[in-house]
Design a protein around this ligand. Structure first.
Ligand code: HEC
Ligand code: HEC
Length: 272
């Protein structure tokens, strides 16, 4: 008899606790607010705004507006989604207030302009435009425009990609292949080749092969690629994959053929 009352009381206690905690949890979940960049229509008509517009064009149609620096088919916006606006897809406003910053990649402090150069060299498998070039200037203006109101030096929520914690299991490319065939190949192609329209505009970007990012790029790190995939793929069904599936499919993608790391010597780069 006594035991039953205790169990009943306990039950009530937990019910009460749950009722108190439930709304709290909802509040914390919806409390993440991301920086809202100004609308595109608010780009003005002065010389600064011309530069912003040029930066936007380079960012979304890289081959057309900065083709001589680009070695593959991608545009910046294929990886930095919604024209560099989307949280958790390495938004440009996430970068603005955080440079100069030390990077182990080249073992020195990097300015924002040097960081842009690196995406040309590795993610676009191309050449870095000079720091004083019109292209770097325009891209910097576009980033500046999106970042109005950002607090300099404070890491904004939604910067970069979600960080996947160690799941305790090694990424498994064989399982990744199954994920790829089931959830990715319909858009990115059975051989990772992507899909182009008749006028050669990219519909779905390639994920490997010579038209993709090279082995020096951030996406060549499975952890980073998996974070991007977890938050942003498959398009239209984001959030479908578990962390482990994202890691597995990233490992599968990065095992395929792609351009070499330009920092390595020619033969070393091929063998790597
Ligand atoms: C419905 C079509 C569709 C599906 C399904 C899809 N993607 Fe994508 N993916 C896209 C599009 C479109 C982009 C480019 C987004 C943009 O430009 O706004 C993209 C971009 C990417 C990129 C970055 C650009 C690049 O080429 O490196 C990666 C990586 C990627 N997808 C991986 C995946 C993976 C992994 C899956 C399966 C889990 C997947 N995608 C499923 C349409 C799709
Ligand atoms: C193949 C995918 C891809 C393409 C194409 C690409 N980037 Fe990136 N970019 C990345 C990745 C991955 C990172 C690293 C994000 C991280 O470390 O969280 C990054 C980081 C950046 C950052 C720093 C972000 C931060 O928060 O520190 C900037 C700025 C940037 N890219 C600009 C560009 C520009 C400009 C272009 C086109 C000229 C471009 N990117 C093309 C994948 C890409």
């Amino acid at each position: 008899m006594e035991r039953i009352t205790i169990i009943k009381l306990r039950g009530r206690f937990f019910l009460a606790l749950a009722l108190i905690l439930l709304p709290l949890q909802i509040v914390t979940a919806s409390e993440i607010t991301y920086h809202q960049p100004p609308a595109e229509e608010t780009i003005g008509n002065d010389r600064y705004s011309d530069d912003v517009r040029m930066g936007l064009n380079i960012f979304t149609r890289t081959n057309e507006y900065a083709g001589r620096y680009s070695g593959n088919k991608l545009s910046c916006s294929n990886c930095h989604l919604d024209k560099g606006r989307r949280a958790n897809a390495a938004p440009l406003w996430g970068a603005f207030g955080m440079y100069p910053a030390y990077r182990s990649k080249n073992d020195q402090n990097n300015t924002l302009q040097e960081r842009i150069q690196q995406c040309f060299r590795f993610s676009l498998d191309g050449f870095a435009p000079r720091l004083d070039s019109a292209e770097i200037k325009a891209l910097t203006s576009y980033i500046h425009f999106l970042s109005r109101g950002i607090i300099v030096g404070k890491n904004p929520a939604g910067r970069g990609f979600p960080v996947i914690q160690d799941t305790g299991f090694d990424p498994n490319p064989d399982r990744g292949r199954q994920v790829y065939i089931a959830d990715c190949a319909s858009c990115h192609g059975k051989n990772g080749e992507g899909q182009e329209a008749d006028n050669r505009q990219i519909i779905n970007p390639p994920l490997w092969g010579l038209g993709s990012y090279n082995k020096g790029s951030g996406f060549y790190q499975n952890q980073l690629l998996a974070g991007f995939i977890l938050a942003n793929m498959p398009v239209g069904n984001e959030g479908l994959l578990t962390e482990q599936q994202a890691l597995d499919v990233a490992a599968y993608i990065n095992l395929q053929i792609r351009p070499r790391d330009p920092r390595l010597g020619f033969f070393q780069g091929i063998l790597d």
